[in-house]
Design a protein around this ligand. Structure first.
Ligand SMILES: *Cc1c(COP(=O)(O)O)cnc(C)c1O
Length: 396
């Protein structure tokens, strides 16, 4: 094949590499844990969304194996055609109870949960009020819906109010926000957003991917954190972060969940989660309901890491959660910082434009209950050493 019609891809790839924006993906030779093995070396892992250390928890692994023994692996087809396994039904019931919601539906991922939900609720001629920093899967879902998207300033309830008042009132309306914004670790003011939604009788949806297993009593999420049960219409979540497995969920009113079973396109046209995934998620719910210990350890680790980095003189932004951004400014410095951490034994990712604004490049530290006190002390020593070497913090 000698075609020039795809040359542009090579050119684009070369440009990405030149700008330092080409994704180099590390190969992990071990389970995802507080430490990972890369190129035969064991490193402290501060990259994963494995908040509670469940990705390689012995009980979750065993549950996945038992799930295979009882149900095999694949679901065979979409659930509306080949039927649904009792395992999936059980997980949805358990998740609804855990979230204190009327009902729950699961999807292949958090991404597809958004793609299913937003276009099922609004369409052409309708309005979506969307936080300007919402996750890519929300942005894609709003586009798929063909509704008009009105972006409001990040976490700015007054701006949301203004935009609503200025917009037409005919048609259906939806407000959508991330629960926790994962690049900064800040939390949406969902209580105030909820007041505005009720004042204007607008449907409210929160995507709590980074709040699931983190916020609220025993990790029940942002709705529980603010005590808004029954007032937030749709709670989207993921089973691939704190739950340590893979999958997505929507919890809310029974009628909404019934509607998504009829009109959620990734539900109708893409197969369900596999049996071992579902069995593993069921065990994750068991663990979360049995004890709040892992959630508490996650917060203790996050708070310690944040306090110590701040004490050392790092700028750790405005996080309200165990996510700790270490603000460095320009992307090349963040990349160099990440590379030096890696050489010293810490795997922590540099994040730059366009994921975060120009000049706001950072190392994003993802804390986890999987880290021991010793892991944290070792990582902090390495941050301090690299910080001094690159003159990010002073040499007192
Ligand atoms: C990670 C994330 C998703 C996607 O979840 P997956 O289960 O990985 O597909 C969706 N929304 C938000 C806000 C996220 O952070």
């Amino acid at each position: 094949m000698n075609s020039t019609s795809l040359n542009w891809i090579d050119e684009e790839l070369a440009q990405l590499k030149e700008a330092g924006l080409y994704n180099q993906i590390r190969t992990i030779e071990s389970p995802m844990g507080g430490r990972v093995v890369i190129n035969g070396r064991s490193l402290l892992n501060f990259c994963a969304n494995n908040y509670l250390g469940l990705a390689n928890h012995p009980r979750i692994c065993q549950a996945a194996k038992d799930g295979i023994d009882q149900y095999g692996v694949g679901p065979g087809a979409v659930r509306t055609i080949a039927g649904t396994m009792s395992l999936h039904v059980a997980l949805e019931q358990r998740l609804a109870a855990f979230k204190k919601a009327e009902a729950c539906i699961t999807f292949q991922s958090g991404f597809t949960a958004n793609l299913a939900t937003i276009p099922a609720l609004v369409g052409r001629g309708d309005l979506i009020f969307s936080d300007e920093l919402n996750h890519a899967s929300i942005i894609d879902a709003t586009r798929l819906s063909r509704a008009t998207v009105i972006r409001y300033a990040h976490n700015d309830v007054d701006d949301l109010q203004r935009q609503i008042v200025a917009a037409p009132t005919g048609g259906r309306r939806l407000i959508v926000t991330d629960g926790v914004f994962s690049m900064d670790g800040d939390v949406a003011p969902l209580d105030k957003i909820c007041d505005v939604a009720e004042q204007h009788d607008i449907v409210l949806m929160v995507d709590d991917a980074h709040g699931e297993g983190v916020l609220g009593e025993g990790g029940r999420g942002i709705v529980d954190h603010f005590g808004l049960h029954g007032r937030v219409h749709i709670e989207v979540g993921t089973l691939s972060k704190a739950f340590g497995v893979v999958g997505g969920l929507v919890a809310g009113r029974q009628s909404i969940i019934d509607w998504l079973r009829q009109r959620g396109r990734p539900f109708l046209f893409s197969s369900a989660m596999t049996a071992p995934d579902v069995a593993a998620c069921l065990e994750a719910v068991n663990l979360l309901e049995e004890s709040t210990e892992l959630v508490e350890r996650l917060w203790a680790n996050g708070n310690l890491f944040k306090a110590e980095l701040t004490r050392l003189g790092f700028d750790t932004g405005h996080s309200d959660t165990p996510i700790v951004p270490v603000m460095l400014g320009e992307a090349p410095l963040a990349q160099q910082f990440s590379r030096r951490l890696f050489e010293e034994g810490v795997f922590a990712m540099a994040i730059g434009y366009p994921t975060v604004p120009q000049g706001k490049a950072r190392i994003r530290v993802m804390n986890s209950a999987a880290h021991s006190q010793q892991d944290l002390e070792q990582a902090l020593d390495i941050f301090e050493r690299v910080g001094r070497e690159l003159s990010v913090i002073g040499n007192q």
